[in-house]
Ligand binder design. Structure first.
Ligand SMILES: [Fe+2]
Ligand SMILES: [Fe+2]
Length: 439
């Protein structure tokens, strides 16, 4: 159960020598930590700035922990000269660290939001060890007593709205043409009017014949992921539109009509492309591996179609987090960016380049709407922020797993595509979006 902890004692002893000793002991007694951190072998510095008064050492810059395969070999104050020999240095102020310890939270989200900064090391390595990090913080001695206090209103379920119309916006207050959704709708009419069947694919067809089997394979592979992804978002958007319509949010619904239409065109674009350019009938579904299936075959439709029976704000947040933040804002954007960069640099497949350029513009509006919707829901339901952060952390993990799953299928990836570039871009996109949320 989620709970807040009540302060029952002064917390001035955090980060004292004695406190560190008991933390080390607690780590080495924890079976849970031993299990979750079995593959972790690296020293770590938790830098604390400004320097807390509870430090018993004037030259200390933070805490040094030598962690090896589920054990803490050493815990002491860190000094400037330790920084060269330590692979991971995380920096935050005292209050942030105390909050992390009190809530035993996975630090990934705090890093994304910029509360903790990485002075040394990679976010990707850390995100693969997020369960170990959370288990580590769980062992830290809390000097609050931690009396569980149920927090209110974590997942308020809304009554199903009455479907009868009491009034109409256009005949009462009038449409708000200055609202964000209406502005997005104007942009959709300006930039979203493009026709996939107008794109000339003759040159693409010629080039396709000249590609090696490996080159054909990676393009077929990525197309298989994009194509099913676009079909999934087309199929799964309707329940959200229905909720927005039932709530009488006409400006948002007006924008969403173009959103769905654009997703339909993206599906048409890829389908037309592969049917026109690729010879033979490639087995696209062989490229849908388990991690991809978890998100696109299961989590995405479940999150969206749950809205048909539960239109509560927490269900809407879950849907928008999955759809807009992860599928569109993290995965699709990274995939399209990497693919179009590779095609432009190698002067390949001009038809594909043109389609993806148009499609990326549409997607940026979709993600902008998603952020607007999430922020509206969070502003109206402050108690939902923590649960939503946890959902996003899980989903980011799914997204990075999908990227690793793609690259695991190749020894050498044609056209110079690189896993690290994909992972780094995905994490940065996610980080960029998360900072726009009112969490
Ligand atoms: Fe799309
Ligand atoms: Fe989209």
């Amino acid at each position: 159960m989620w709970f807040n902890k009540k302060e029952t004692k002064s917390d001035t002893d955090y980060f004292s020598t004695q406190w560190m000793e008991s933390w080390k002991e607690s780590i080495n007694q924890s079976e849970h930590y031993k299990k979750t951190a079995a593959t972790w072998n690296a020293p770590l510095i938790l830098k604390i700035e400004p320097r807390p008064e509870s430090f018993d050492d004037d030259s200390a810059i933070g805490l040094y922990m030598n962690l090896a395969y589920g054990e803490c070999l050493e815990m002491r104050y860190a000094h400037e000269n330790d920084t060269d020999t330590t692979d991971i240095i995380l920096k935050a102020d005292r209050d942030t660290w105390v909050k992390m310890i009190e809530n035993s939270k996975d630090p990934t989200m705090a890093i994304m939001k910029g509360d903790i900064s990485i002075e040394k090391g990679s976010l990707i390595t850390l995100s693969t060890q997020r369960k170990a990090a959370s288990a580590l913080l769980k062992t830290a001695p809390s000097i609050y007593k931690g009396v569980p206090v149920p927090s209110e209103n974590i997942s308020p379920k809304k009554e199903a709205p009455d479907p009868t119309h009491k009034t109409f916006v256009t005949t009462s207050r009038g449409l708000n043409h200055e609202s964000f959704p209406m502005k997005l709708f104007q942009k959709s009419k300006q930039f979203g009017i493009w026709n996939p069947s107008d794109i000339n694919l003759d040159e693409d067809r010629k080039q396709w014949q000249t590609f090696s089997p490996e080159e054909k394979q990676i393009i077929t592979h990525l197309s298989a992921l994009f194509m099913a992804g676009e079909e999934a978002v087309t199929l799964d958007l309707l329940p959200l539109i229905q909720v927005i319509a039932k709530e009488g949010r006409i400006e948002e619904e007006i924008y969403l009509t173009s959103f769905l239409w654009e997703e339909a065109k993206h599906t048409e674009f890829f389908s037309r492309y592969v049917q026109t350019v690729m010879t033979g009938t490639p087995d696209f579904e062989q490229f849908h591996k388990p991690m991809y299936k978890i998100l696109f075959y299961e989590k995405l439709p479940k999150a969206l179609h749950a809205l048909s029976s539960d239109s509560s704000p927490s269900a809407q947040l879950h849907a928008a987090g999955t759809y807009n933040m992860i599928v569109e804002g993290t995965l699709a954007e990274t995939g399209y960016e990497a693919f179009s960069k590779m095609l432009t640099e190698n002067q390949l497949l001009p038809g594909m380049q043109e389609g993806i350029l148009k499609l990326k513009q549409d997607e940026s509006r979709h993600v902008a709407y998603g952020i607007y919707l999430i922020n509206r829901l969070l502003d109206e339901n402050r108690g939902l922020a923590d649960g939503f952060e946890e959902t996003l952390e899980e989903l980011l993990y799914d997204a990075t797993n999908i990227i690793m799953e793609i690259f695991a299928q190749y020894e050498i990836v044609p056209f110079g595509l690189k896993q690290d570039w994909f992972l780094d871009h995905a994490v940065k996109q996610f980080q960029h979006r998360i900072r726009k949320l009112n969490l």
